[in-house]
Design a protein around this ligand. Sequence first.
Ligand SMILES: CC(C)(COP(=O)(O)OP(=O)(O)OC[C@H]1O[C@@H](n2cnc3c(N)ncnc32)[C@H](O)[C@@H]1OP(=O)(O)O)[C@@H](O)C(=O)NCCC(=O)NCCS
Length: 254
Amino acid sequence: MVDPKAQHSPNIVLRRIQPSDLEVLERIHGELFPIRYESEFFHNVVNGRDIIAWGAVDRSRPGSQNDELIGFITARVVSARESEIGDLLRYDSSSIEQVLVYILTLGVVKAYRNHGIATELIQEVINYASSILTCRGVYLHVIAYNDRAIRLYKTMSFKCVRRLQNFYYIKGQHYDSYLFVHYVNGGRSPWSPLEIVTTVAMYVRSLFKSLAIRLWKREEKKLSRWPKCKETSGLLTTQNKRLLTIESAGCQYV
Ligand SMILES: CC(C)(COP(=O)(O)OP(=O)(O)OC[C@H]1O[C@@H](n2cnc3c(N)ncnc32)[C@H](O)[C@@H]1OP(=O)(O)O)[C@@H](O)C(=O)NCCC(=O)NCCS
């Protein structure tokens, strides 16, 4: 593997993954992940069958290496309702089906880490997701001990929404997973527990306030009517008639 620090400054370019990437893509996945992926997965990635994928290459490398993958991201568009996070999304009233982009794999070879390549790859997926009007977010699973990746997702405004017990089974051992979401196009869940409590509290407060105002007005009316009646008894009938007319017009009984 070429060390980019030993050469002149790397010239990192992102491009879509293509059939000629098959061999390198499979090799890097094997080096970076403890999970084995089936050959069919790689064929689907490079041929764009139901999967969208970007690769990073270093154009400053010599010869054909200047187009060899040094990083990748693979993702799939899924139905929001059928996804694991369908319940966390804000749905609009239209009947148009909403979707999400699910990140399947992400990796950068060791020699090229901490150059912002994964950040760029994730940003590419976020931009893609944002360009789909019916898309509400980008989500992914990450193994609970992968602190480096978790820090990266948090930096990129992904929110941890779930911890899934024993999600992964690797070499005879179970591992938990975190589910991270980056909302796009206003897909954020409208009702977090804090929002529910705040909204209910505000509603109850305004209800009490309007009840108090009504009671206070009624009391004020009572107080202001009787002294007038006493003082100007001759006008009582006329005044009450006018009052009745106004009230009944409001109630629409006549
Ligand atoms: C996780 C992984 C993809 C990160 O790749 P990366 O290219 O090193 O990530 P980035 O360079 O974008 O970000 C890493 C750090 O470099 C910093 N960085 C970003 N741009 C930078 C730049 N131009 N120069 C220097 N550092 C930069 C980031 O802020 C980040 O800092 P942090 O660790 O404090 O959050 C990589 O470590 C990897 O492939 N790991 C093995 C596979 C894996 O775990 N995949 C994720 C599965 S969910």
